[in-house]
Design a protein around this ligand. Structure first.
Ligand SMILES: C[S@@+](CC[C@H](N)C(=O)[O-])C[C@H]1O[C@@H](n2cnc3c(N)ncnc32)[C@H](O)[C@@H]1O
Length: 233
C-alpha cells in the first residue's frame, strides 16, 4: 500500500520507522511518503494559514499550498487515491473503516492545523480521488498528525503480512462487535493474584465458553452502546 502524508510537522511521522510498521516498510508492504506542506508555499515566511472570512477566532489553512501538494502527489500516484482528512467534524473512524481501507492501494492523509483547512480543498480533492473526513472520536486534538498516525497504524496492521500471526487479528476487540476477553500469562500466581482456574484446565471448550461470556460481560459493562438494543427493555 502507498501512503502519502501532508503535514507541517513531518517529524511526527518519524515513529513510523519503528516496530511492526517500520518492518512492513522495510519489507516493501507499506510505502510511506511524508510531505512538508510548507514546501508548497511561495512567500518568504512559508505561510500556510490566514484569517477566516466572516471573522472569528483562529486561523485557517490556505488552499494554495494544499492544492500544489495534492497535485504533486497525484502526478506521481499509482492509481486514483483515497484522501483522508482527519477532522473532529468527520465520520467516526472504526475498526470496520480500518478494514475497509486496508485494501485500498493508495491513501493520502491531509493533516489539518489551526481551525482546519479551507473547505474548498476537500471539494478540489474530490476531483482527484475519493475524499473521507474522519474523526477519531468526540474530542478535539491540536492537529491531524496524531489522528493520521492512529489511522495509519490501525489500517497498516491489517495489511496481509504486517502482523506475523493473522489469527491474532481475528479475535480482537471491535472485530465482531464485542470487546476482547481478559488475557493472562505466566506465572499462574503473581503477588497473590491468581489466573482464573478455567484457563489452567486445558479444556478448550470451557475456555472458549468462558472467554465468550467475558467478552459479553465486558462489553455490557464498558461499552453497552456496541450491543444490539435489548428487545425486552
Ligand atoms: C484544533 S483542530 C480544528 C477543530 C475545528 N475547528 C472544529 O471545531 O471542527 C485542528 C485539526 O486537528 C485535527 N483533529 C482535531 N480533533 C480531531 C479528531 N477528533 N479526529 C480527527 N482529527 C482531529 C484535524 O485535522 C483538525 O483540522
Amino acid at each position: 500500500m502507498r501512503v502519502d502524508v501532508v503535514t507541517i510537522f513531518p517529524a511526527f511521522f518519524d515513529v513510523l520507522e519503528v516496530s511492526l510498521l517500520g518492518r512492513a516498510r522495510g519489507a516493501g508492504l507499506l510505502d510511506v511518503r511524508v510531505h512538508d506542506l510548507r514546501d508548497h508555499t511561495t512567500d518568504r515566511h512559508r505561510t500556510v494559514d490566514d484569517t477566516p472570512y466572516g471573522g472569528g477566532a483562529g486561523m485557517v489553512m490556505k488552499p494554495e499550498p494544499w492544492g500544489l501538494a495534492l497535485d504533486g502527489i497525484v502526478a506521481d500516484a499509482p492509481s486514483r487515491p483515497t484522501f483522508i482528512f482527519p477532522s473532529p467534524a468527520g465520520e467516526l473512524f472504526t475498526q470496520a473503516t480500518a478494514r475497509e481501507l486496508s485494501s485500498a492501494p493508495h491513501l493520502v492523509f491531509g493533516c489539518g492545523r489551526y481551525e482546519g483547512i479551507d473547505e474548498r480543498v476537500f471539494t478540489y480533492a474530490s476531483t482527484l480521488g475519493d475524499v473521507r473526513l474522519m474523526s477519531l472520536g468526540d474530542y478535539v486534538l491540536n492537529g491531524g498528525e496524531v489522528a493520521s498516525m492512529a489511522m495509519i497504524e490501525a489500517i497498516g496492521r491489517l495489511i496481509p503480512g504486517v502482523v506475523g500471526n493473522p489469527e491474532s487479528l481475528v479475535e480482537e476487540s471491535h472485530e465482531d462487535g464485542l470487546l476482547e476477553y481478559p488475557s493472562y500469562t505466566k506465572p499462574a500466581t503473581w503477588r497473590d493474584y491468581e489466573v482464573p482456574d478455567v484457563l489452567l484446565s486445558g479444556h478448550h471448550g470451557r475456555v472458549a465458553e468462558w472467554r465468550h461470556a467475558q467478552r459479553v460481560e465486558r462489553t455490557r459493562e464498558r461499552r453497552p452502546d456496541l450491543l444490539p438494543p435489548d428487545p425486552t427493555a
